[in-house]
Design a protein around this ligand. Structure first.
Ligand SMILES: C[S@@+](CC[C@H](N)C(=O)[O-])C[C@H]1O[C@@H](n2cnc3c(N)ncnc32)[C@H](O)[C@@H]1O
Length: 404
């Protein structure tokens, strides 16, 4: 006879889509449950694989057997390693104020719902600021992240690779000093002996600290040198947290490979990935090249040249949407090609607005995926919070690559 277990969700769970994903997560973990009146807790009389839930769940905060203290999930602890005011910017997620970041908790849930675990490979062909990579890594899932933007590749690398090089980064911090007299020039910092860092995680770390400082300066007029020093120290603390979480929870981190490449032609073998989690560029609504111009230029890139590779930036007026549609159809065919039979792709996407008119980019991309041979199994509505967002609503689309 099984004992009744109470399953409670995190206190920050507040949206309908989160309750839907929480229930999908429980079902994917094989839990049969009844929803309690408060909607945020569940009762189960069935055998619960508590280990799986405790180590992998995103929305569950705790499990409790009668007359026992609650057992808290790994995620409950992970979330607490947060150096920001924002609940979802824990560990290294906060590095760089990138617009259009995924909600990390949602990504952790989607990875579970898709049945991915250690040894599997997840692809995000539009890795952006690396949210999928950080969450996959924490769950022991290997991740391949692709992005056309060298800045996004840098952010994703630093967020996921720095923990393994913390000693070297800390040692290098000793001789990295702000370059006070020539802030307008290429570099914000220099090494004591003016030696160059070789390409790699240490150089990446300081490059990103500089890009965050430049962003703080251009958006908030913050003194760049002061911003560089405080960001570097806060980043170091977060990387230390990343290491601590790994040790404290005995996590086996997944491998992360970041490729600066084009999602329209992926250099990956057919049927080589176990899942895809992504959100396509909204460049027609949000021009990523313009948005990160200051950082891309400081990194030495030609904005016009880079723009050619970006989906949604090319063309004028309505022609932009035609080019966008063509490009996204190529991406959908690539996603289908690299996905193993039976595997799933989760796509978070919203409709764009052009001159006050809503363009059904969600429908366009759904059609592109279906034409490519993927099957839409589920669509979950997801509202977006915040006055300044370019969209009010997104959809979480779950596709499956049919078995042969
Ligand atoms: C919506 S953002 C992804 C945000 C990401 N989910 C996150 O959490 O930060 C879409 C990304 O697509 C990238 N992108 C645009 N054109 C691309 C292309 N041709 N190939 C790969 N990535 C591209 C942009 O640089 C941008 O980072």
């Amino acid at each position: 006879m099984h004992q009744t277990t109470q399953i409670s969700l995190h206190e920050n769970v507040q949206f309908i889509y989160e309750l839907v994903l929480a229930q999908m997560e429980l079902r994917a973990a094989g839990v049969r449950f009844e929803v309690n009146d408060n909607l945020r807790s569940f009762t189960t009389n069935g055998g619960v694989d508590s280990d799986a839930l405790l180590h992998r769940s995103a929305y569950v905060m705790s499990l409790q057997l009668p007359h026992q203290p609650p057992q808290f999930t790994d995620y409950h602890y992970i979330q607490q390693y947060n150096r920001t005011q924002s609940i979802n910017q824990y560990l290294t997620h906060w590095f760089y104020p990138y617009k259009g970041k995924f909600h990390p908790q949602m990504i952790r849930a989607l990875l579970g719902i898709m049945g991915l675990g250690p040894g599997d490979v997840v692809l995000d062909p539009f890795i952006g600021s690396g949210t999928t990579a950080v969450e996959a890594q924490l769950l022991g899932i290997d991740c391949i992240g692709v992005d056309a933007s060298p800045l996004c590749c840098l952010i994703s690398r630093v967020k996921t690779h720095s923990w393994a090089h913390l000693d070297e980064i800390e040692a290098a911090s000793e001789y990295v000093a702000p370059c006070v007299e020539n802030v307008q020039q290429q570099r914000l910092f220099r090494t004591a002996e003016d030696r160059e860092f070789p390409e790699g995680p240490v150089k990446d770390f300081f490059d990103l600290a500089e890009m965050i400082a430049r962003s703080d300066n251009s958006r908030r007029r913050r003194d760049p040198v002061e911003a560089f020093v405080s960001n570097r120290d806060r980043m170091l603390a977060s990387v230390r947290d990343h290491q601590t979480v790994r040790e404290r929870l005995a996590l086996q981190f997944g491998e992360v490979e970041v490729r600066c490449a084009d999602a329209r032609s992926l250099e990956l073998a057919d049927e080589s990935v176990d899942g895809i989690v992504t959100s396509p560029p909204y460049s027609v609504a949000l021009n990523y090249v313009k948005n990160d111009e200051h950082a891309l230029e400081a990194m030495g890139f030609d904005i016009d040249e880079i723009g050619e590779e970006f989906i949604g930036v090319r063309g004028r007026g309505k022609e932009r949407f035609e080019l966008y549609d063509q490009d996204m159809r190529r991406c959908a065919r690539e996603m289908k090609r690299v996905l193993k039979p039976g595997a799933m792709a989760a796509v978070v996407i919203g409709n764009m607005t052009y001159k006050g008119e809503e363009i059904d980019t969600t429908g366009m991309f759904t059609d592109a995926c279906e034409q490519a041979g993927l099957i839409l199994e589920r669509s979950v509505d997801k509202i977006i919070f915040g006055l300044y967002n370019v969209m009010q609503k997104e959809y979480i689309l779950l596709f499956r690559n049919p078995q042969r």
